[in-house]
Design a protein around this ligand. Sequence first.
Ligand code: LRH
Ligand code: MN
Length: 392
Amino acid sequence: MQTIAQPAESVMASLRALRVELPSWAFGNSGTRFKVFPQAGVPRDPYEKIADAAQVQRYTGVAPTVALHIPWDKVDDYTALARHAGDHGVALGTINSNTFQDNDYMLGSVCHPDARVRRKAVDHLLECVDIMDATGSRDLKLWFADGTNYPGQDDIRGRQERLAESLRIVYDRLGDGQRLVLEYKFFEPAFYHTDVPDWGTALVHCLALGEKAMVVLDTGHHAPGTNIEFIVAQLLRVGRLGAFDFNSRFYADDDLMVGAADPFQLFRIMHECVRGGALEPGSGVQFMLDQCHNIEPKIPGQIRSVMNVQEATAKALLVDHAALTTAQRAGDVLGANAVLMDAYDTDVRPLLAELRTSMGLEPDPRAAYARSGYAERIAAERVGGNQAGWGA
Ligand code: LRH
Ligand code: MN
């Protein structure tokens, strides 16, 4: 693997400006339908989750915001929670709604046949916008588990009308500077059809709503074999890529550490992000992690994940675009592929260590965190109470 002598200042500047938002729920217990394994020191409330997220910011320097999930992160005073985040050197980010855990939502939420249930779901989404007013968050993230398990169970077209109607109510409530970001997923928990299954459906609804509606691309939400970077290129082209939920998977929505299962795919995605201007300041593209550390320690897992995003981004920023364009225009298939592979095959770890040093940070965030004794301290202190989880 080749290293890079002196990276251009523009590369270092882009890496210094990279921002990765952390999911509060990654610090709580999580698992599968088979088992949720508790871990020592897991937070018992949103305050402790934010303190743990601040550790990732402390050692990586590029993770200054924490996404909340409602009601998992419900508190009496969101302004106080935002102040607590500030005291820890971070801020509150995306507000994630949850219309997938209430008994009333068995047949859906915003797409449910019963108007009373749809109203209940919409009221929750409106409550999330109220929370955004208190936390100063820009984005309301909407993911709907809505769908059916058997053909004929419900009217697919009718459910789309209900979805559009519900989204319109929420969209019209958004204040200045606020957005809704709509996430798609091709299956699970619904196993026949999902009401927002793909980027096309999410885009159709966002275009119908207006400029404040953007699409969320969760890297674990596509059918195997999907060319995700093509979707990235297209959504950036039409100006509707609002956010990423980064994670990786070998099979389904495994929510493993981003870049762990397929670092080359993450590089190809970041290559299209560079090409499409997603790393430019003000691009409006939020890079967020959406992961579950079911068996691995959670704070180190988040630190490693942020480092994986940094590595893929650094490699993408090292692509020699002039040479690539020349080879592409000349129909030089192997030459063009080689330009991209040269960047991918570059060991960017020394460059990133140098970057961290230039930011006043330890070159190896994982080693620095391990030396801090924080893990041992929270394991000793956080005894009693209920460990946070998905509350399912
Ligand atoms: C759904 C999803 C969504 C979140 C949840 C934690 O699979 O990706 O983004 O609300 O995970
Ligand atoms: Mn997600």
